[in-house]
Design a protein around this ligand. Structure first.
Ligand SMILES: *Cc1c(COP(=O)(O)O)cnc(C)c1O
Length: 352
């Protein structure tokens, strides 16, 4: 073996859902929003010129940070922004999880957490969800180097009650607790209310799902001024200009349009609740998801078979070949028309 091979940082990368090249597929596999972003975003895009591209962007992304702070009635000093919440979460792991003790996150959760932990050489343990796919709060009472979980959880969509989150915070005052609220706008209750009480709490959100802007890569976090300062110190030691000018401007425009957010999320919630009923009639059971996806299993037909059959039909959903969830499909909520096509195919395929 060549000597330098010993010195390579070897990692198993995260595998994102497929982005099929062919047109006319029904894409229900990566939790994108089926609706376009707010019309304000197009206005802001039209105001961009090549001159605005010639210069470096504001390293503090001040316009975006202020817009988020204004919308969420907090101070700009309590807001951190990054290139999607993946970037924000990676920065959080790098900044806050530096003890020798294992960090804790559920066995079934966002599959990027273990990738970052491995990349940054952070030890971790994964307490199992119970058989209803709920986080068992008592599992987080033990000594640890930090806690992170999504709420609602992914890929199950199951929400943890705010009282349980507070209980986990009360038992973990010596470490940073991160609540990943990628899906909170689809009906869950945000833990932002707890920020005043717990200076070790960080809440991470994203423009990729509820704000219909996955392609722009905008994520953000709320936390105490002190935590945000530490995050920025690490960020500026890595890359001063993570947010590009377009992301800053279009993000600021999007976040200010709260009416549009309410309209689109209402449509998605309606479609989701109808989907729960339609799929139940087709023999599926599904978790009580509060996200923009459903997590379903069929009474007779194996998930992997369904996944392949749907794909052959041009309907993409997500399948995870992992212990405990390898007979489940995660189906993103699309438009009503897309969902109708899904039910039609399933009715036919399952001969219901
Ligand atoms: C989608 C998702 C993210 C990351 O989204 P970005 O596009 O990077 O903002 C983070 N956490 C969870 C649980 C997600 O589902």
């Amino acid at each position: 073996m060549r000597e330098w091979e010993n010195n390579i940082r070897k990692v198993t990368p995260y595998t994102p859902g497929e982005q099929p090249k062919q047109p006319n597929v029904i894409k229900l596999n990566t939790n994108e929003n089926p609706y376009p972003p707010s019309p304000m975003v197009l206005n802001a895009l039209r105001q961009m010129t090549t001159e605005t591209m010639r210069k470096y962007p504001d390293p503090t992304a001040g316009e975006l940070v202020s817009a988020i702070a204004r919308e969420y009635r907090t101070r700009p000093e309590q807001v951190f922004v990054g290139v999607g919440s993946d970037d924000v979460l990676a920065m959080c792991f790098l900044t806050f999880f530096n003890s020798e003790k294992p960090i804790l996150f559920p066995d079934i959760t966002y599959s990027f957490y273990d990738v970052w932990a491995d990349l940054f050489r952070i030890p971790y343990e994964c307490p199992p969800l119970n058989d209803k796919f709920e986080i068992v709060k008592e599992d987080y009472y033990r000594e640890n180097g930090g806690v992170v979980f999504p709420n609602p959880n992914a890929p199950t969509g199951v929400q943890m009650p705010l009282a349980d989150i507070e209980d986990i915070l009360q038992h973990n005052q010596d470490v940073i607790v991160i609540v990943d609220e990628a899906y909170i706008d689809f009906g869950g209750l945000s833990a932002r209310a707890l920020l005043e009480k717990y200076e070790n709490l960080l809440i991470v959100q994203t423009f990729s799902k509820s704000r219909c802007m996955a392609g722009m890569r905008i994520g953000y976090a709320f936390g105490s001024e002190e935590l945000i300062r530490h995050l920025n110190d690490v960020k500026y030691s890595f890359n001063s200009y993570t947010m590009n000018e377009a992301a800053i401007r279009l993000g600021a425009a999007a976040v200010s349009d709260s009416m549009y957010l309410m309209e689109t999320r209402h449509k998605i919630v309606e479609t989701r609740e109808r989907a729960k009923k339609e799929l139940a009639q087709l023999g599926f059971s599904c978790t009580d998801s509060l996200a923009n996806f459903l997590f379903v299993t069929h009474e007779t037909c194996p998930a992997r078979e369904l996944f392949e059959a749907l794909k052959a039909e041009g309907i993409y959903v997500r399948y995870f070949d992992k212990p405990r969830i390898d007979n489940y499909l995660r189906i993103t909520i699309g438009t009503d028309e897309e969902m109708d096509a899904l039910y039609r195919f399933l009715r036919d395929y399952l001969r219901v």
